[in-house]
Design a protein around this ligand. Structure first.
Ligand code: ATP
Length: 269
C-alpha cells in the first residue's frame, strides 16, 4: 500500500485564491485544470496535454500549495509523496511505494500525483555518493518507468516540485516526462501584501498595523516566512496576554524571522 496522503477535496479544498501572487504560474496551470475537469472534452478537440509538470522555485513560495490548488480547482483527488521520505529505506521499498502511488492514482482518475522535493530522489545518477545510493537509484528508475508506462488514456497528471532543477537527472526532463516547467518566484511587494492579508485573516490586529509597510519592509521573504512572521507575532501577543496583536509584536516577529534568514545566508542584515 502506498503511504501517499489523499486529501479529501470536499473537506479541505485549496483553490487558486489561497495562493497569493504567482499569477504567471496560475495562468499556465489553468490548462491542466481545464483538462482534469473534463479530460474527454479536451481530447475530443485533439489537444495535447502535458503529463508531467515541474514546479520550480525557492523554498516556501507555495509550490505545494499551488499543486493542491490545481487539484482543488479541478475537484480531483491529490496523491502526494515527498522525495526525502524515500531516503532511509530498505532497498526496494521506495520503488514499490512509487508503484503503488501510481496504481492508486490510476484507480481514481482523473487525478493528480504530487512529488515534493523531487531532487532528493531525482538527483543525477552515477554520482557515486555511497549510502542509500542503490535505493535512490531504484526509486528513480521506477519513477521513470511509471512516467513512461502511462498511456494517453490514463488521465493522471504528475506534478513535482524542486528548488534545485540544476541537479536533476536529465532523464526526468525528457519529453513525455517532466517536460513542462512552471516557475514560482519569491513574492513581489504586491504579492507579499496579499500573502500577509491571507494569513492575517484570522488574527485580531491593532488598527495601526500597516500591512502595506510590512510588505515593503520584507524583501526576500517567502510566503512561508511571512506566514511564520504573523504566527510569531500572534504568539508574542499571547505571551503578553493581549487581546490583539500590537505593532511591536509584528516588529519583533519580523526581526526574529529576518535573523533566521540572515543566519541561513538568505538575507542581508
Ligand atoms: P518547499 O519548497 O519548502 O516545499 P513550497 O514552495 O512547497 O515550499 P509551501 O509548502 O506551499 O511552499 O508553502 C508553505 C506555506 O507558506 C504554505 O502552506 C502557505 O501557508 C504559505 N505560503 C507560501 N507561499 C504562499 C503564497 N504564495 N500565498 C499564500 N501562502 C503562501
Amino acid at each position: 500500500r502506498s503511504r501517499a496522503k489523499l486529501y479529501d477535496q470536499r473537506k479541505e479544498r485549496t483553490t487558486f485564491d489561497d495562493v497569493a501572487g504567482a499569477e504567471g504560474a496560475k495562468e499556465e496551470l489553468q490548462e491542466i485544470v481545464t483538462f482534469l475537469k473534463d479530460p474527454g472534452r479536451v481530447r475530443r478537440l485533439g489537444a495535447q496535454v502535458p503529463r508531467g509538470v515541474l514546479l520550480v522555485g525557492p523554498p516556501g513560495c507555495g509550490k505545494t500549495l499551488l499543486a493542491r490548488a490545481v487539484a482543488g480547482e479541478a475537484g480531483v483527488p491529490f496523491f502526494s509523496i515527498t522525495g526525502s521520505d524515500f531516503m532511509e529505506m530498505f532497498v526496494g521499498v521506495g520503488a514499490s511505494r512509487v508503484r503503488s502511488l501510481f496504481e492508486d492514482a490510476k484507480k481514481n482518475t482523473p487525478s493528480i500525483i504530487f512529488i515534493d522535493e523531487l531532487d532528493s530522489i531525482g538527483r543525477k545518477r552515477g554520482a557515486g555518493l555511497g549510502g542509500g545510493h542503490d535505493e535512490r537509484e531504484q526509486t528513480l528508475n521506477q519513477l521513470l518507468s511509471e512516467l513512461d508506462g502511462f498511456e494517453q488514456s490514463h488521465d493522471v497528471i504528475v506534478m513535482s516540485a524542486t528548488n534545485r532543477p540544476d541537479i536533476l537527472d536529465p532523464a526526468l526532463l525528457r519529453p513525455g516526462r517532466f517536460d513542462r516547467r512552471v516557475t514560482i518566484p519569491l513574492p513581489t511587494t504586491k504579492a507579499r501584501l496579499e500573502i500577509l492579508r491571507i494569513h492575517a485573516r484570522n488574527k485580531p490586529m491593532a488598527q495601526d498595523i500597516d500591512l502595506n509597510a510590512l510588505a515593503r519592509g520584507t524583501p526576500g521573504f517567502s510566503g512561508a516566512d511571512l506566514r511564520n512572521l504573523l504566527n510569531e507575532a500572534a504568539l508574542m501577543a499571547a505571551r503578553y496576554d493581549r487581546k490583539e496583536i500590537l505593532r511591536e509584536d509584528v516588529e519583533q516577529a519580523r526581526d526574529k524571522v529576518l535573523m533566521g534568514l540572515v543566519r541561513q545566508g538568505l538575507a542581508i542584515s
